[in-house]
Design a protein around this ligand. Sequence first.
Ligand code: NA7
Length: 542
Amino acid sequence: MTQAQAKPLEGLKLDGLELDVAIIGVGVGGLYALYAMRETLGLNVQAFDMASGVGGTWFWNRYPGCRVDTESTVYTYSFDLEMFQNWHWSERYARQSEVLDYMNAVADKHDLKRSINFNTKIERAAWDEAAKRWVLTTGKGETVRARYLIEAVGLLSSSYAPQFPDQEKFKGQVLVASKWPKDDPDLTGKRVAVVGTGSTGIQIITAIAAKVGHLHVLQRTPQWVVPLGIGPFPQDVRARIKQDPVAYRNWALNTGTVFGFVESTTSALAVSAEDRAARYEAAWAKGNGFSFMLETFADITVTAEANKTATDFIKSKLDAAVKDPKIAAMLTPTDYYARRPLAADGYYEVYNRPNVTLHDVKANKIERYTENGLVIGGQEIALDVVIMATGFDAVTGNYLKIETIGRGGAVLRDQWKDGPRTYGGMTMAGFPNFFMVFGPFSPFTSQPLVHEWQVNYFTDLIRAAETSGGIVDTDPAAVESWVKICQDGLAGTLFQVTDSWINGANIPGKPRTSMWYMGGMANYMVELNRIRDAGYAGFKIA
Ligand code: NA7
Protein backbone atom coordinates (compact mmCIF):
# COMPACT_ATOMS: atom_id res chain seq x y z
CA MET A 1 0.00 0.00 0.00
CA THR A 2 1.38 3.38 -0.89
CA GLN A 3 -0.89 5.48 1.28
CA ALA A 4 0.27 6.72 4.65
CA GLN A 5 -0.76 4.39 7.44
CA ALA A 6 -3.63 5.86 9.39
CA LYS A 7 -2.82 6.46 13.02
CA PRO A 8 -5.44 6.15 15.72
CA LEU A 9 -6.26 9.40 17.45
CA GLU A 10 -3.75 10.12 20.13
CA GLY A 11 -4.76 11.49 23.45
CA LEU A 12 -8.52 11.34 22.90
CA LYS A 13 -10.24 9.69 25.82
CA LEU A 14 -13.34 8.03 24.43
CA ASP A 15 -15.09 7.12 27.64
CA GLY A 16 -17.43 9.94 28.57
CA LEU A 17 -16.86 11.82 25.31
CA GLU A 18 -19.71 14.21 24.39
CA LEU A 19 -20.22 14.92 20.69
CA ASP A 20 -22.60 16.64 18.36
CA VAL A 21 -22.30 13.85 15.83
CA ALA A 22 -20.97 10.29 15.94
CA ILE A 23 -20.35 8.52 12.64
CA ILE A 24 -19.94 4.77 12.35
CA GLY A 25 -17.91 3.71 9.33
CA VAL A 26 -15.38 5.62 7.23
CA GLY A 27 -15.90 4.04 3.86
CA VAL A 28 -17.13 6.11 0.93
CA GLY A 29 -20.28 7.30 2.73
CA GLY A 30 -18.88 7.88 6.20
CA LEU A 31 -15.86 9.82 5.02
CA TYR A 32 -18.04 12.31 3.18
CA ALA A 33 -20.51 12.48 6.08
CA LEU A 34 -17.57 13.40 8.33
CA TYR A 35 -16.59 16.19 5.94
CA ALA A 36 -20.17 17.46 5.73
CA MET A 37 -20.79 17.47 9.47
CA ARG A 38 -17.46 19.01 10.41
CA GLU A 39 -16.76 21.38 7.53
CA THR A 40 -20.24 22.25 6.23
CA LEU A 41 -22.12 22.35 9.53
CA GLY A 42 -19.21 23.05 11.85
CA LEU A 43 -20.29 20.41 14.36
CA ASN A 44 -18.15 18.53 16.84
CA VAL A 45 -17.79 15.12 15.18
CA GLN A 46 -15.93 11.89 15.73
CA ALA A 47 -16.06 8.87 13.44
CA PHE A 48 -15.42 5.26 14.42
CA ASP A 49 -14.28 2.33 12.34
CA MET A 50 -13.10 -1.20 13.11
CA ALA A 51 -10.44 -0.93 10.42
CA SER A 52 -7.03 0.63 10.92
CA GLY A 53 -7.53 2.91 7.92
CA VAL A 54 -10.17 4.62 5.79
CA GLY A 55 -11.84 2.96 2.83
CA GLY A 56 -14.53 0.63 4.19
CA THR A 57 -15.04 -2.16 1.69
CA TRP A 58 -11.86 -1.04 -0.14
CA PHE A 59 -9.88 -1.39 3.06
CA TRP A 60 -10.92 -5.00 3.58
CA ASN A 61 -11.29 -6.37 0.06
CA ARG A 62 -7.66 -6.73 -1.08
CA TYR A 63 -8.07 -10.05 -2.86
CA PRO A 64 -6.32 -10.64 -6.20
CA GLY A 65 -8.18 -9.01 -9.08
CA CYS A 66 -10.27 -6.72 -6.87
CA ARG A 67 -11.35 -3.59 -8.72
CA VAL A 68 -14.49 -1.53 -9.27
CA ASP A 69 -16.69 -2.66 -12.11
CA THR A 70 -18.34 0.74 -12.17
CA GLU A 71 -16.57 3.22 -14.44
CA SER A 72 -14.01 5.17 -12.40
CA THR A 73 -15.59 8.28 -13.95
CA VAL A 74 -18.51 7.96 -11.52
CA TYR A 75 -16.76 6.02 -8.77
CA THR A 76 -15.59 9.26 -7.23
CA TYR A 77 -16.66 12.12 -5.01
CA SER A 78 -17.71 15.40 -6.54
CA PHE A 79 -17.78 17.61 -3.43
CA ASP A 80 -14.15 18.55 -3.96
CA LEU A 81 -14.49 19.82 -7.51
CA GLU A 82 -10.77 20.30 -7.91
CA MET A 83 -10.12 16.62 -7.12
CA PHE A 84 -13.09 15.54 -9.21
CA GLN A 85 -11.64 17.39 -12.18
CA ASN A 86 -8.01 16.45 -11.75
CA TRP A 87 -7.75 13.10 -10.02
CA HIS A 88 -5.73 10.76 -12.18
CA TRP A 89 -7.45 7.40 -12.52
CA SER A 90 -5.16 5.24 -14.57
CA GLU A 91 -7.84 2.79 -15.60
CA ARG A 92 -11.44 2.79 -16.67
CA TYR A 93 -12.15 0.41 -13.77
CA ALA A 94 -9.87 1.32 -10.89
CA ARG A 95 -8.05 -1.36 -8.97
CA GLN A 96 -8.67 -1.69 -5.25
CA SER A 97 -5.26 -0.20 -4.35
CA GLU A 98 -5.99 2.83 -6.51
CA VAL A 99 -9.41 3.36 -4.94
CA LEU A 100 -7.84 3.11 -1.49
CA ASP A 101 -5.10 5.58 -2.45
CA TYR A 102 -7.80 7.96 -3.66
CA MET A 103 -9.78 7.70 -0.44
CA ASN A 104 -6.66 8.32 1.60
CA ALA A 105 -5.86 11.32 -0.58
CA VAL A 106 -9.34 12.76 0.04
CA ALA A 107 -9.04 12.12 3.78
CA ASP A 108 -5.54 13.65 3.92
CA LYS A 109 -6.37 16.70 1.84
CA HIS A 110 -9.28 17.55 4.14
CA ASP A 111 -7.48 16.46 7.30
CA LEU A 112 -10.29 14.02 8.10
CA LYS A 113 -8.20 11.42 9.95
CA ARG A 114 -7.84 13.66 12.98
CA SER A 115 -11.56 13.03 13.60
CA ILE A 116 -11.47 9.27 13.07
CA ASN A 117 -11.02 6.62 15.75
CA PHE A 118 -9.65 3.58 13.95
CA ASN A 119 -9.60 0.07 15.42
CA THR A 120 -12.76 0.98 17.31
CA LYS A 121 -15.86 -1.16 17.18
CA ILE A 122 -19.24 0.24 18.17
CA GLU A 123 -21.30 -2.59 19.62
CA ARG A 124 -24.35 -0.78 20.93
CA ALA A 125 -26.25 2.41 20.22
CA ALA A 126 -29.14 3.38 22.49
CA TRP A 127 -31.27 6.53 22.47
CA ASP A 128 -31.46 8.30 25.83
CA GLU A 129 -34.79 10.11 25.66
CA ALA A 130 -34.21 12.30 28.71
CA ALA A 131 -30.83 13.54 27.52
CA LYS A 132 -31.80 13.50 23.82
CA ARG A 133 -28.57 11.76 23.06
CA TRP A 134 -27.38 8.56 21.40
CA VAL A 135 -25.25 6.56 23.81
CA LEU A 136 -22.68 4.43 22.00
CA THR A 137 -20.74 1.62 23.59
CA THR A 138 -17.42 0.55 22.12
CA GLY A 139 -16.01 -2.97 22.11
CA LYS A 140 -13.87 -1.96 25.08
CA GLY A 141 -16.90 -0.81 27.06
CA GLU A 142 -16.28 2.92 26.63
CA THR A 143 -19.32 5.17 26.39
CA VAL A 144 -19.62 8.02 23.90
CA ARG A 145 -22.65 10.30 23.71
CA ALA A 146 -23.77 12.21 20.64
CA ARG A 147 -26.78 14.29 19.64
CA TYR A 148 -26.81 12.77 16.17
CA LEU A 149 -25.79 9.33 14.96
CA ILE A 150 -24.85 8.61 11.36
CA GLU A 151 -24.36 5.00 10.35
CA ALA A 152 -22.41 4.52 7.13
CA VAL A 153 -21.76 0.84 7.73
CA GLY A 154 -21.74 -0.40 4.17
CA LEU A 155 -24.01 -2.14 1.79
CA LEU A 156 -21.69 -5.06 1.11
CA SER A 157 -19.34 -5.30 4.04
CA SER A 158 -20.82 -7.79 6.47
CA SER A 159 -18.89 -10.87 5.32
CA TYR A 160 -20.65 -14.18 4.85
CA ALA A 161 -18.28 -17.16 4.95
CA PRO A 162 -19.89 -20.44 5.99
CA GLN A 163 -17.58 -22.96 7.67
CA PHE A 164 -17.50 -26.46 6.28
CA PRO A 165 -17.16 -29.25 8.85
CA ASP A 166 -13.70 -30.19 10.18
CA GLN A 167 -12.05 -26.97 9.04
CA GLU A 168 -9.66 -27.21 11.98
CA LYS A 169 -8.19 -30.41 10.51
CA PHE A 170 -7.10 -28.70 7.28
CA LYS A 171 -3.34 -28.14 7.17
CA GLY A 172 -3.60 -25.56 4.40
CA GLN A 173 -4.86 -21.98 4.48
CA VAL A 174 -8.48 -20.79 4.40
CA LEU A 175 -8.77 -17.21 3.16
CA VAL A 176 -11.92 -15.09 3.15
CA ALA A 177 -11.86 -12.78 0.13
CA SER A 178 -13.49 -9.89 1.99
CA LYS A 179 -10.97 -10.13 4.83
CA TRP A 180 -7.89 -10.64 2.68
CA PRO A 181 -4.59 -10.45 4.62
CA LYS A 182 -2.58 -7.24 4.17
CA ASP A 183 0.47 -9.34 3.40
CA ASP A 184 -0.85 -10.71 0.14
CA PRO A 185 -0.30 -14.51 0.31
CA ASP A 186 1.71 -15.92 -2.58
CA LEU A 187 -0.48 -18.35 -4.52
CA THR A 188 2.15 -19.16 -7.15
CA GLY A 189 2.17 -22.85 -7.98
CA LYS A 190 -0.33 -23.69 -5.22
CA ARG A 191 -3.40 -25.92 -5.37
CA VAL A 192 -6.20 -23.44 -4.79
CA ALA A 193 -9.98 -23.78 -4.49
CA VAL A 194 -12.28 -20.79 -4.96
CA VAL A 195 -15.72 -21.24 -3.37
CA GLY A 196 -18.26 -18.95 -5.02
CA THR A 197 -18.70 -17.47 -8.47
CA GLY A 198 -20.25 -14.06 -7.80
CA SER A 199 -18.49 -10.75 -8.58
CA THR A 200 -15.74 -11.56 -6.09
CA GLY A 201 -15.21 -15.14 -7.25
CA ILE A 202 -14.95 -14.29 -10.93
CA GLN A 203 -12.45 -11.48 -10.24
CA ILE A 204 -10.26 -13.86 -8.24
CA ILE A 205 -10.60 -16.71 -10.73
CA THR A 206 -9.56 -14.58 -13.72
CA ALA A 207 -6.71 -12.99 -11.73
CA ILE A 208 -5.09 -16.16 -10.39
CA ALA A 209 -5.81 -18.89 -12.97
CA ALA A 210 -2.52 -18.45 -14.81
CA LYS A 211 -0.48 -18.15 -11.63
CA VAL A 212 -1.60 -21.02 -9.43
CA GLY A 213 -0.54 -24.63 -9.86
CA HIS A 214 -4.09 -25.87 -10.06
CA LEU A 215 -7.34 -23.96 -9.65
CA HIS A 216 -10.51 -25.73 -8.52
CA VAL A 217 -13.61 -23.59 -9.01
CA LEU A 218 -16.37 -24.71 -6.65
CA GLN A 219 -19.49 -23.42 -8.36
CA ARG A 220 -22.92 -23.80 -6.78
CA THR A 221 -24.97 -21.65 -9.16
CA PRO A 222 -23.60 -20.58 -12.55
CA GLN A 223 -24.06 -16.95 -13.49
CA TRP A 224 -24.21 -14.96 -16.70
CA VAL A 225 -20.90 -13.14 -17.20
CA VAL A 226 -19.99 -10.52 -19.81
CA PRO A 227 -16.59 -8.84 -20.42
CA LEU A 228 -15.61 -5.84 -18.29
CA GLY A 229 -13.53 -4.03 -20.90
CA ILE A 230 -10.55 -3.11 -18.75
CA GLY A 231 -8.54 -0.32 -20.33
CA PRO A 232 -7.23 3.19 -19.80
CA PHE A 233 -9.41 5.94 -18.35
CA PRO A 234 -11.44 7.37 -21.26
CA GLN A 235 -9.98 10.72 -22.30
CA ASP A 236 -13.26 12.04 -23.71
CA VAL A 237 -14.93 11.66 -20.30
CA ARG A 238 -11.90 13.17 -18.59
CA ALA A 239 -12.27 16.23 -20.84
CA ARG A 240 -15.99 16.44 -20.06
CA ILE A 241 -15.43 16.32 -16.30
CA LYS A 242 -12.57 18.78 -16.50
CA GLN A 243 -14.60 21.26 -18.49
CA ASP A 244 -17.74 21.22 -16.33
CA PRO A 245 -17.62 18.87 -13.34
CA VAL A 246 -20.96 20.02 -11.93
CA ALA A 247 -22.74 19.40 -15.23
CA TYR A 248 -21.15 15.94 -15.44
CA ARG A 249 -22.16 15.08 -11.88
CA ASN A 250 -25.73 16.27 -12.47
CA TRP A 251 -25.94 14.35 -15.72
CA ALA A 252 -24.78 11.14 -14.00
CA LEU A 253 -27.19 11.60 -11.07
CA ASN A 254 -30.09 12.10 -13.44
CA THR A 255 -29.75 8.64 -14.93
CA GLY A 256 -31.36 5.53 -13.43
CA THR A 257 -28.40 3.75 -11.89
CA VAL A 258 -25.63 6.42 -11.94
CA PHE A 259 -23.23 4.12 -13.77
CA GLY A 260 -22.04 6.69 -16.29
CA PHE A 261 -24.45 5.77 -19.07
CA VAL A 262 -28.07 6.43 -19.91
CA GLU A 263 -30.37 3.42 -19.52
CA SER A 264 -32.22 2.29 -22.62
CA THR A 265 -35.93 2.98 -23.01
CA THR A 266 -36.32 0.51 -25.89
CA SER A 267 -37.83 -2.94 -25.45
CA ALA A 268 -35.61 -5.82 -26.57
CA LEU A 269 -38.64 -7.10 -28.44
CA ALA A 270 -39.29 -3.84 -30.29
CA VAL A 271 -36.33 -4.17 -32.66
CA SER A 272 -35.43 -6.64 -35.37
CA ALA A 273 -33.31 -9.69 -34.57
CA GLU A 274 -30.42 -8.12 -36.51
CA ASP A 275 -30.63 -4.82 -34.62
CA ARG A 276 -30.83 -6.67 -31.34
CA ALA A 277 -27.79 -8.78 -32.13
CA ALA A 278 -25.87 -5.68 -33.21
CA ARG A 279 -26.72 -3.91 -29.98
CA TYR A 280 -25.66 -6.88 -27.86
CA GLU A 281 -22.50 -7.28 -29.91
CA ALA A 282 -21.57 -3.62 -29.35
CA ALA A 283 -22.29 -3.92 -25.63
CA TRP A 284 -20.18 -7.08 -25.43
CA ALA A 285 -17.29 -5.31 -27.16
CA LYS A 286 -17.61 -2.31 -24.83
CA GLY A 287 -17.87 -4.43 -21.68
CA ASN A 288 -19.47 -3.69 -18.25
CA GLY A 289 -22.25 -5.81 -16.73
CA PHE A 290 -24.58 -2.97 -15.83
CA SER A 291 -24.21 -1.48 -19.29
CA PHE A 292 -24.92 -4.84 -20.94
CA MET A 293 -28.02 -5.33 -18.81
CA LEU A 294 -29.44 -1.80 -18.80
CA GLU A 295 -27.96 0.30 -21.59
CA THR A 296 -28.91 -2.17 -24.31
CA PHE A 297 -32.63 -2.58 -23.64
CA ALA A 298 -35.16 -1.42 -21.08
CA ASP A 299 -36.86 -4.69 -20.22
CA ILE A 300 -34.15 -7.35 -19.81
CA THR A 301 -34.77 -7.38 -16.06
CA VAL A 302 -38.53 -7.01 -16.44
CA THR A 303 -39.91 -9.69 -18.78
CA ALA A 304 -38.90 -13.30 -19.33
CA GLU A 305 -39.05 -12.82 -23.12
CA ALA A 306 -36.67 -9.86 -23.16
CA ASN A 307 -34.42 -11.58 -20.63
CA LYS A 308 -34.14 -14.61 -22.91
CA THR A 309 -32.84 -12.49 -25.77
CA ALA A 310 -29.93 -11.43 -23.54
CA THR A 311 -29.22 -14.88 -22.17
CA ASP A 312 -29.38 -16.44 -25.65
CA PHE A 313 -26.72 -13.97 -26.73
CA ILE A 314 -24.46 -14.56 -23.73
CA LYS A 315 -24.94 -18.32 -24.16
CA SER A 316 -23.72 -18.07 -27.77
CA LYS A 317 -20.56 -16.30 -26.54
CA LEU A 318 -20.08 -18.83 -23.74
CA ASP A 319 -20.38 -21.77 -26.14
CA ALA A 320 -17.93 -20.15 -28.55
CA ALA A 321 -15.42 -19.49 -25.76
CA VAL A 322 -15.47 -22.80 -23.89
CA LYS A 323 -13.98 -25.71 -25.84
CA ASP A 324 -15.48 -28.58 -23.83
CA PRO A 325 -19.29 -28.67 -24.29
CA LYS A 326 -19.71 -30.44 -20.94
CA ILE A 327 -17.97 -27.58 -19.16
CA ALA A 328 -19.96 -25.05 -21.21
CA ALA A 329 -23.15 -26.77 -20.04
CA MET A 330 -21.99 -26.62 -16.41
CA LEU A 331 -21.32 -22.89 -16.79
CA THR A 332 -24.78 -22.19 -18.22
CA PRO A 333 -27.25 -20.71 -15.72
CA THR A 334 -30.79 -22.03 -15.61
CA ASP A 335 -32.30 -18.92 -14.05
CA TYR A 336 -32.88 -15.38 -15.28
CA TYR A 337 -30.19 -12.82 -15.97
CA ALA A 338 -31.45 -10.86 -12.98
CA ARG A 339 -28.83 -10.99 -10.30
CA ARG A 340 -26.32 -8.23 -9.87
CA PRO A 341 -24.79 -8.30 -13.39
CA LEU A 342 -21.29 -9.76 -13.51
CA ALA A 343 -18.39 -8.71 -15.71
CA ALA A 344 -14.84 -10.00 -16.03
CA ASP A 345 -12.54 -10.15 -19.02
CA GLY A 346 -11.71 -13.65 -20.23
CA TYR A 347 -13.86 -15.40 -17.62
CA TYR A 348 -15.22 -18.23 -19.75
CA GLU A 349 -11.83 -18.77 -21.43
CA VAL A 350 -10.32 -19.64 -18.02
CA TYR A 351 -12.06 -23.02 -18.26
CA ASN A 352 -10.00 -24.01 -21.30
CA ARG A 353 -6.87 -24.01 -19.18
CA PRO A 354 -5.46 -27.43 -18.32
CA ASN A 355 -4.80 -26.29 -14.73
CA VAL A 356 -8.44 -25.33 -14.04
CA THR A 357 -11.18 -27.74 -12.93
CA LEU A 358 -14.81 -26.72 -12.55
CA HIS A 359 -16.81 -28.56 -9.86
CA ASP A 360 -20.58 -28.51 -9.56
CA VAL A 361 -21.03 -28.28 -5.80
CA LYS A 362 -24.81 -28.20 -6.05
CA ALA A 363 -24.79 -31.75 -7.44
CA ASN A 364 -21.72 -32.83 -5.45
CA LYS A 365 -21.86 -31.12 -2.09
CA ILE A 366 -18.85 -29.73 -0.26
CA GLU A 367 -18.91 -32.22 2.61
CA ARG A 368 -15.98 -31.47 4.87
CA TYR A 369 -12.34 -30.64 5.21
CA THR A 370 -9.62 -33.22 5.64
CA GLU A 371 -5.99 -32.61 6.51
CA ASN A 372 -5.23 -32.37 2.81
CA GLY A 373 -8.16 -30.57 1.31
CA LEU A 374 -11.91 -30.76 0.80
CA VAL A 375 -14.23 -33.69 0.23
CA ILE A 376 -16.69 -32.93 -2.56
CA GLY A 377 -19.32 -35.50 -3.53
CA GLY A 378 -17.37 -38.20 -1.70
CA GLN A 379 -14.03 -37.39 -3.37
CA GLU A 380 -11.11 -35.67 -1.75
CA ILE A 381 -9.48 -32.77 -3.60
CA ALA A 382 -5.95 -32.03 -2.42
CA LEU A 383 -5.51 -28.32 -1.70
CA ASP A 384 -3.06 -25.82 -0.25
CA VAL A 385 -5.47 -22.89 -0.10
CA VAL A 386 -9.26 -22.47 0.03
CA ILE A 387 -10.59 -19.02 -0.86
CA MET A 388 -14.09 -18.22 0.36
CA ALA A 389 -15.76 -15.84 -2.08
CA THR A 390 -19.17 -16.53 -0.60
CA GLY A 391 -20.50 -13.01 -0.35
CA PHE A 392 -22.11 -10.72 2.19
CA ASP A 393 -25.10 -10.32 4.43
CA ALA A 394 -25.92 -7.40 2.17
CA VAL A 395 -27.72 -4.14 2.90
CA THR A 396 -29.02 -4.89 6.42
CA GLY A 397 -26.20 -7.06 7.82
CA ASN A 398 -24.01 -4.45 9.46
CA TYR A 399 -26.90 -2.40 10.88
CA LEU A 400 -28.19 -5.47 12.67
CA LYS A 401 -24.78 -6.36 14.09
CA ILE A 402 -24.95 -3.20 16.23
CA GLU A 403 -27.42 -3.59 19.09
CA THR A 404 -29.57 -0.56 18.35
CA ILE A 405 -32.28 0.67 20.72
CA GLY A 406 -34.58 3.53 19.78
CA ARG A 407 -37.37 5.44 21.50
CA GLY A 408 -39.30 3.55 24.18
CA GLY A 409 -36.79 0.69 24.11
CA ALA A 410 -37.63 -0.26 20.49
CA VAL A 411 -35.09 -2.84 19.34
CA LEU A 412 -33.93 -2.53 15.72
CA ARG A 413 -33.49 -6.30 15.32
CA ASP A 414 -37.15 -6.82 16.29
CA GLN A 415 -38.36 -4.05 14.06
CA TRP A 416 -36.53 -5.49 11.05
CA LYS A 417 -37.21 -9.17 11.72
CA ASP A 418 -39.44 -9.45 8.64
CA GLY A 419 -37.32 -7.06 6.60
CA PRO A 420 -35.99 -3.53 6.97
CA ARG A 421 -38.14 -0.38 7.29
CA THR A 422 -36.78 3.03 6.38
CA TYR A 423 -37.83 6.35 4.90
CA GLY A 424 -35.92 7.24 1.77
CA GLY A 425 -33.17 4.80 2.77
CA MET A 426 -31.98 7.33 5.36
CA THR A 427 -34.12 7.35 8.52
CA MET A 428 -36.44 5.17 10.60
CA ALA A 429 -39.47 5.89 12.78
CA GLY A 430 -38.67 5.91 16.49
CA PHE A 431 -34.91 6.24 15.99
CA PRO A 432 -34.54 10.01 16.25
CA ASN A 433 -31.55 11.94 14.98
CA PHE A 434 -30.35 8.72 13.34
CA PHE A 435 -29.27 8.81 9.70
CA MET A 436 -28.07 6.09 7.38
CA VAL A 437 -25.93 6.56 4.32
CA PHE A 438 -27.31 4.20 1.69
CA GLY A 439 -29.49 2.34 4.15
CA PRO A 440 -32.09 -0.21 3.02
CA PHE A 441 -34.53 1.13 0.39
CA SER A 442 -31.99 3.46 -1.11
CA PRO A 443 -31.94 3.59 -4.90
CA PHE A 444 -30.40 0.65 -6.79
CA THR A 445 -27.39 2.57 -8.10
CA SER A 446 -23.63 2.92 -7.98
CA GLN A 447 -22.44 4.46 -4.75
CA PRO A 448 -20.24 7.54 -4.29
CA LEU A 449 -22.29 10.26 -5.98
CA VAL A 450 -25.46 8.89 -4.43
CA HIS A 451 -23.86 8.80 -0.98
CA GLU A 452 -22.98 12.45 -1.40
CA TRP A 453 -26.51 13.27 -2.46
CA GLN A 454 -28.03 11.53 0.56
CA VAL A 455 -25.54 13.09 2.97
CA ASN A 456 -26.29 16.52 1.52
CA TYR A 457 -30.00 15.82 1.94
CA PHE A 458 -29.78 14.97 5.62
CA THR A 459 -27.20 17.69 6.22
CA ASP A 460 -30.01 20.11 5.33
CA LEU A 461 -32.36 18.29 7.69
CA ILE A 462 -29.84 18.51 10.52
CA ARG A 463 -29.30 22.18 9.78
CA ALA A 464 -33.08 22.69 10.05
CA ALA A 465 -33.14 20.80 13.35
CA GLU A 466 -30.19 22.80 14.67
CA THR A 467 -31.92 26.05 13.76
CA SER A 468 -35.18 25.09 15.47
CA GLY A 469 -33.57 23.24 18.35
CA GLY A 470 -35.61 20.20 17.38
CA ILE A 471 -35.11 16.46 17.03
CA VAL A 472 -35.53 14.72 13.66
CA ASP A 473 -37.82 11.71 13.75
CA THR A 474 -39.84 9.99 11.06
CA ASP A 475 -43.57 9.39 10.75
CA PRO A 476 -44.30 5.60 10.81
CA ALA A 477 -46.91 6.07 8.07
CA ALA A 478 -44.29 7.71 5.85
CA VAL A 479 -42.00 4.72 6.39
CA GLU A 480 -44.75 2.29 5.47
CA SER A 481 -45.60 4.16 2.29
CA TRP A 482 -41.90 4.31 1.27
CA VAL A 483 -41.51 0.57 1.93
CA LYS A 484 -44.61 -0.11 -0.15
CA ILE A 485 -43.27 1.93 -3.08
CA CYS A 486 -40.04 -0.08 -2.87
CA GLN A 487 -41.75 -3.45 -2.54
CA ASP A 488 -44.02 -2.73 -5.49
CA GLY A 489 -40.98 -1.58 -7.48
CA LEU A 490 -39.07 -4.82 -6.96
CA ALA A 491 -42.18 -6.92 -7.55
CA GLY A 492 -42.30 -5.59 -11.10
CA THR A 493 -38.86 -7.03 -11.90
CA LEU A 494 -37.16 -10.38 -12.38
CA PHE A 495 -34.79 -9.45 -9.51
CA GLN A 496 -37.66 -10.39 -7.23
CA VAL A 497 -37.85 -14.00 -8.43
CA THR A 498 -34.14 -14.68 -8.89
CA ASP A 499 -32.23 -15.74 -5.76
CA SER A 500 -29.42 -13.33 -4.86
CA TRP A 501 -28.16 -10.89 -2.24
CA ILE A 502 -30.38 -8.25 -3.84
CA ASN A 503 -33.43 -9.85 -2.20
CA GLY A 504 -31.71 -11.50 0.77
CA ALA A 505 -31.98 -15.05 -0.62
CA ASN A 506 -28.21 -15.68 -0.28
CA ILE A 507 -28.27 -15.80 3.53
CA PRO A 508 -29.97 -18.80 5.17
CA GLY A 509 -32.86 -17.61 7.35
CA LYS A 510 -32.78 -14.00 6.15
CA PRO A 511 -36.21 -12.62 5.22
CA ARG A 512 -36.57 -12.58 1.47
CA THR A 513 -37.77 -9.10 0.65
CA SER A 514 -37.14 -5.96 -1.31
CA MET A 515 -34.38 -3.75 0.11
CA TRP A 516 -34.26 -1.17 -2.70
CA TYR A 517 -35.94 1.77 -4.33
CA MET A 518 -36.08 0.49 -7.91
CA GLY A 519 -37.38 3.65 -9.58
CA GLY A 520 -33.92 4.97 -10.45
CA MET A 521 -31.89 7.87 -9.07
CA ALA A 522 -33.55 10.56 -11.17
CA ASN A 523 -36.97 9.62 -9.79
CA TYR A 524 -35.55 9.15 -6.29
CA MET A 525 -34.31 12.74 -6.31
CA VAL A 526 -37.72 13.94 -7.55
CA GLU A 527 -39.46 12.04 -4.72
CA LEU A 528 -37.07 13.24 -2.02
CA ASN A 529 -37.06 16.83 -3.27
CA ARG A 530 -40.86 16.79 -3.29
CA ILE A 531 -40.75 15.65 0.34
CA ARG A 532 -38.31 18.46 1.17
CA ASP A 533 -40.39 21.06 -0.66
CA ALA A 534 -43.46 19.96 1.29
CA GLY A 535 -41.66 21.01 4.49
CA TYR A 536 -39.92 17.65 4.90
CA ALA A 537 -43.20 15.74 4.79
CA GLY A 538 -42.90 12.47 6.69
CA PHE A 539 -39.96 13.72 8.72
CA LYS A 540 -40.84 15.20 12.08
CA ILE A 541 -38.64 17.98 13.41
CA ALA A 542 -40.01 18.56 16.88
P1 NA7 B 1 -22.27 -13.09 -4.15
O1 NA7 B 1 -22.60 -12.41 -5.41
O2 NA7 B 1 -23.35 -13.24 -3.14
O3 NA7 B 1 -21.68 -14.52 -4.54
C1 NA7 B 1 -21.40 -15.48 -3.57
C2 NA7 B 1 -21.06 -16.77 -4.23
O4 NA7 B 1 -20.75 -17.73 -3.22
C3 NA7 B 1 -22.20 -17.36 -5.04
O5 NA7 B 1 -21.66 -18.00 -6.16
C4 NA7 B 1 -22.79 -18.38 -4.06
O6 NA7 B 1 -23.49 -19.42 -4.67
C5 NA7 B 1 -21.55 -18.89 -3.42
N1 NA7 B 1 -21.80 -19.54 -2.14
C6 NA7 B 1 -22.32 -18.99 -1.02
N2 NA7 B 1 -22.39 -19.91 -0.04
C7 NA7 B 1 -21.91 -21.05 -0.55
C8 NA7 B 1 -21.73 -22.35 -0.04
N3 NA7 B 1 -22.08 -22.64 1.21
N4 NA7 B 1 -21.21 -23.29 -0.85
C9 NA7 B 1 -20.86 -22.98 -2.11
N5 NA7 B 1 -21.01 -21.78 -2.66
C10 NA7 B 1 -21.53 -20.82 -1.89
O7 NA7 B 1 -21.05 -12.38 -3.40
P2 NA7 B 1 -19.80 -11.61 -4.02
O8 NA7 B 1 -18.89 -11.33 -2.90
O9 NA7 B 1 -19.26 -12.33 -5.18
O10 NA7 B 1 -20.40 -10.27 -4.55
C11 NA7 B 1 -21.21 -9.46 -3.72
C12 NA7 B 1 -21.19 -8.05 -4.18
O11 NA7 B 1 -20.07 -7.36 -3.60
C13 NA7 B 1 -21.00 -7.83 -5.62
O12 NA7 B 1 -22.15 -8.03 -6.33
C14 NA7 B 1 -20.45 -6.44 -5.68
O13 NA7 B 1 -21.49 -5.49 -5.72
C15 NA7 B 1 -19.65 -6.31 -4.44
P3 NA7 B 1 -25.10 -19.30 -4.89
O14 NA7 B 1 -25.27 -18.38 -6.02
O15 NA7 B 1 -25.67 -18.74 -3.60
O16 NA7 B 1 -25.55 -20.67 -5.14
